[in-house]
Write a protein that binds this ligand. Structure first.
Ligand code: ZN
Length: 89
């Protein structure tokens, strides 16, 4: 009996190297909403230049990326997260 074809081989070759394939961390969470006060969690979605990381980098799904963005902007207004990188010296 022939072996079943490895269907996702090609895709893994393309995306697997360098960047890990990740599932949206908010989908696997049953909280249901994103709290703007959880800055330790939200900080991971900011780059070192304090910019919001794109979906292709963080692996967040479209729905949650929108919510993350809204939460981040809310957190910025509350001065919990920066708009721009911190001054050096
Ligand atoms: Zn999600």
């Amino acid at each position: 009996m022939p072996e079943a074809p490895k269907r996702f081989k090609k895709r893994d070759d393309k995306f697997g190297a360098g960047r890990r394939r990740r599932v949206c961390s908010f989908c696997s969470d049953k909280q249901g909403y994103i709290d703007y006060k959880e800055i330790n969690r939200l900080r991971r979605y900011l780059s070192d230049r304090a910019k919001i990381e794109p979906r292709r980098k963080t692996g967040t799904c479209a729905q949650h990326q929108r919510e993350v963005t809204a939460a981040l902007k809310r957190a910025r207004q509350m001065a919990l997260l920066p708009y721009a990188p911190q001054h050096q010296g």
